[in-house]
Design a protein around this ligand. Structure first.
Ligand SMILES: NC(=O)c1ccc[n+]([C@@H]2O[C@H](COP(=O)([O-])OP(=O)(O)OC[C@H]3O[C@@H](n4cnc5c(N)ncnc54)[C@H](OP(=O)(O)O)[C@@H]3O)[C@@H](O)[C@H]2O)c1
Length: 337
């Protein structure tokens, strides 16, 4: 073990109930218990991290805390027979970055059961360009296809299309040959979304129905919704006979008000997507697909790379809905990658 301290983004709760984020140093002994000590090379910024970093107690109960639901790195110490020193690994979700110190840090210590061997055809950098956002987009597509939705059924709607989950969903749908309609609040990003594979880009206002009619004209064979609330309600009411809607996001809040009619009159399916506690067999299947037949040739066009020092600014931007694509956090810019 070379290091006795590590650098991280530490979030402190102050006496006036506000939260302060600072790049700080912590002793290795301060890390939680776990079988694997991992030197983190890359992490990424997800919406949940922005909530954790700004004191959302629904995500993180106790501070001081290190956010970061994602980490890719190299095993530095192992007390588990499935992993040895030097193995390249990926950890996403579980409790990482929620109530366990997370990936915005040069080191994490985690249980082996949270840890996935890095697939051979992915670099650590590529795995974190996907990160939880890419994993969630892939899980959404996987479930949509398991429900029987196929390209010949018609158009798929993606909401929050320029965001992390949204843009990767658009790109993965294109790989499978789906015709995708990308709904966005950033109409100036049409070129970005079309290059990723969207067949049409629409203003998100146009899919927010305010008539409250129980059924709207059925357009979507499937929906990958990342924002929730009134957009999800409208999407459900605009889904065709036997179509399928996946829901993963709560950007507009946690409530969903809708009616029973799309489900009982059109047979619409609503599928929940939970990446954090996805079972290991499905988790491995999804990572292997992202590294194999779903590996995107243009991954590098989807992200910007930043350091711990630049995170605070991107966290604020993300909470305003301003991030486009993925934000990759480089924890070890000196090392070969
Ligand atoms: N269930 C799971 O396992 C899971 C996993 C990962 C993420 N998530 C959730 O999925 C959501 C997206 O995560 P992310 O990491 O992709 O976040 P993100 O990169 O910040 O993307 C969110 C996108 O939503 C759109 N948006 C923002 N504010 C909005 C508003 N007020 N009304 C409508 N649309 C708005 C924006 O896209 P446009 O400007 O293009 O419209 C924004 O880029 C979050 O709620 C996150 O918690 C869930």
């Amino acid at each position: 073990m070379s290091a006795s301290t590590f650098q991280c983004l530490l979030v402190n709760e102050l006496a006036d109930d506000s939260f302060r984020r600072e790049v700080a140093r912590q002793p290795i002994e301060a890390l939680p218990s776990g079988e694997l000590l991992i030197r983190v090379h890359f992490s990424s910024l997800n919406y949940k991290d922005a909530l954790s970093a700004t004191g959302n107690k629904g995500v993180t109960r106790r501070y001081p805390h290190i956010p970061g639901v994602d980490a890719a790195g190299i095993v530095e110490e192992s007390r588990h027979r499935s992993f040895k020193v030097g193995d390249k690994v990926v950890v996403t979700g579980n409790d990482l970055g929620s109530n366990t110190w997370g990936g915005f840090s040069e080191f994490i210590r985690v249980p082996a059961e949270w840890t996935v061997p890095l697939p051979h055809s992915l670099s650590m950098r590529e795995s974190m360009i996907y990160g939880t956002a890419g994993f969630t987009a892939a899980l959404s597509l996987h479930k949509l296809m398991l429900a029987g939705v196929k390209p010949s059924d018609g158009e798929i709607l993606v909401t929050g299309a320029t965001g992390g989950v949204g843009c990767l969903a658009v790109a993965l749908l294109a790989v499978e040959g789906f015709s995708t309609v990308a709904a966005t609040g950033k109409l100036n990003e049409q070129k970005f979304l079309k290059t990723l594979g969207a067949s049409e880009v629409i203003d998100r206002k146009s899919i927010n129905d305010t008539t409250h009619r129980p059924l709207l004209s059925g357009r979507w064979a499937g929906v990958i919704d990342t924002v929730g609330g009134k957009y999800l309600d409208s999407a459900i009411r605009s889904t065709k006979l036997e179509g399928t809607v996946t829901t993963c996001g709560n950007v507009t809040g946690g409530d969903l008000q809708t009616s029973i009619y799309p489900f009982i009159l059109r047979g619409v399916n609503l599928l929940g997507i939970g990446s954090a506690f996805c079972p290991m067999d499905t988790r491995l299947k999804i990572w292997n697909r992202l590294a194999g037949s779903w590996k995107l040739p243009d991954l590098n066009s989807l992200h910007e790379e930043i350091t711990l020092h630049e995170l605070d600014n991107r966290i604020r931007l993300m909470l305003k809905g301003g991030v486009k694509g993925r934000v990759l956090v480089n924890l070890n810019s000196e090392a070969p990658q």
